[in-house]
Design a protein around this ligand. Sequence first.
Ligand SMILES: Cc1ncc(COP(=O)(O)O)c(C=O)c1O
Length: 453
Amino acid sequence: MSGGNPTMAPCDVERCAAAGCIPTLCVGAGLASNDEVFERSCAAIPGGVNSSIRAFSSVGGRPYAVARAEGAHVIDVEGTRYIDLVQSYGAVILGHAHPAITAAVAGAAVDGTSYGAPTPREMRLAETIAGAVPSCDQVRFMNSGTEATSTAVRLARGATGRDRVVIFHGNFHGATDALLAAGGSGVATLGLPGTAGVPAGAVAETLVVPYNQVPELTDEVAAVMVEPVAANMGVIPPAPGFLDGLRAECDRVGAVLIFDEVITGFRLGRGGAQATFDVTPDLTTFGKVIGGGLPIGAVGGRRDLMEQLTPLGTVFHAGTLAGNPIATAAGLAALDLLTPDVYIELMARARHLSAVLRDACDAAGFAASFPVVGTLVGMVTGDVPRPVDFAGATRTDEAAYARFFHAMLAEGVAMAPGAYEAIFVGLGHTDDVLDRIGEAAHRAAATAVAATG
Ligand SMILES: Cc1ncc(COP(=O)(O)O)c(C=O)c1O
């Protein structure tokens, strides 16, 4: 990857030795370039990536390979340092390698990495979440947001004795067969697999409806699952009355309302989107922030529903690494620091970032807008109206995003390699870092305009 500010070696031998690092396992050891890592990864890993969104398929080019990260920055194997706006797609909120997290991880690791028995840490993390999030009397942990959404759907189906699940076009709930259903634009669609490998039967009871419109439900519906702020098609707030309307409609037919707060949980605030918008779902799914950057997922909800999970109830759930001691230690450390004041600060930073990006694009004549919902920032590229649903979101000019993305990367700012991802601001993004992003964006926007064919 060209450009950036090569200021730091990817592998600092003295620092690594002091940390007791094993040289042959060192991330940067013996690796000359991003290209070498990518080519060897492509030979060993399909597409060279372990999550498809990390590939540069939609922006072109090859991904940089991260050797390490600190605060607002990632450093690739060539030593190029980027201001990072990906932040592990929202899993990292304190900034990379925050001392509280590294201490918690190191401290937990010496006690053993997994036991197959209950632990006080998972108890405390469940208590912390239940104490902060309105819908959660109880919490059950797993290892990813995907596991959380699939468990929540199974729980809702088991609890209601119904099969049908309603989801919203453009919302993303992870790689769960039943939730990988394709939606047509505008109209409700039932049972179209969203990807090869999902059998028609897996989505035959999944109804996909437009975001920000309250669907009329029938008493066949087990659950409505929604991103209370849509953050996988840009960042789209719920329309006034949308979440309340879902609550009322679920109550009317006896369906379970599930908020997928894998992104918004402990990111919009300690109570998540449900506290922000004052609508309480029956179940909530979590991931990302609650693990402090380590693998985690969770389902929380009303006691009578949660107790239908095994061993008390009949809806099966289990996981070898569920409630993992290191992930729960990191999660506790993160949630401990995320006080209400921190969210006020993060909201100010989100507004600051949106403003510097908007000013830069306006000055260069590069058409883009940067919606802010609380601490979340989105980017809509092109001269298009602010989207309220998937049909609007897909009017985004993806080619223009790709030009801006590469120009920003060359200026030393790493955005997500996809036009529909949120921009994640964290505690690492101090005001001077945000101003540097603004300066980079001025040059990048001009470059992107000049590159328009
Ligand atoms: C709203 C939402 N739900 C669920 C998931 C899946 O989480 P994970 O990637 O941890 O499986 C994601 C992932 O980005 C997400 O954004």
